[in-house]
Design a protein. Structure first.
Length: 131
């Protein structure tokens, strides 16, 4: 179980990092602004689905490894639900209505949550290696 937990956690950490830093940045670098925004908007539900699925699997597979690892993974899972179901639609709505200040505030919150998830997944990797 520890090996599966390690693989899944590596998968989560790498996937979140690649999507948020690489994919998002490169989309705006290589695509026109309107096309990049539409493209990113359509891919975020898949990103959140990925985070939900993998963090839930880590939480389940790590129950026999460490309750702390399991709790942290479920923490990512639980906090991704309102981020994907409430925050993401609010960001899109603010963008559609040209509410720049609201958009910046909500987007900053979303980025902060994702950054926190990446940090927690890095901490999970550390705990798995030292367990």
């Amino acid at each position: 179980m520890e090996y599966i937990t390690l693989l899944l956690t590596s998968f989560l950490f790498g996937g979140m990092l690649l999507f948020s830093v690489g994919f998002g940045t490169l989309s705006f670098k290589f695509l026109e602004g309107n096309i990049a925004r539409a493209f990113i908007r359509k891919t975020f539900p898949y990103f959140y689905g990925y985070v939900l699925l993998v963090s839930a699997l880590i939480g389940l597979f790590s129950l026999n490894v460490s309750y702390l690892i399991s709790a942290l993974a479920f923490g990512i899972f639980i906090t991704t639900i309102p981020t994907s179901r409430v925050l993401m639609p609010a960001i899109n709505n603010a963008s559609d209505k040209k509410q720049k200040r609201n958009f910046v505030l909500l987007h900053t919150l979303s980025v902060s949550i994702t950054l926190l998830h990446i940090i927690v997944s890095a901490i999970l990797l550390y705990f798995i290696f030292t367990a």
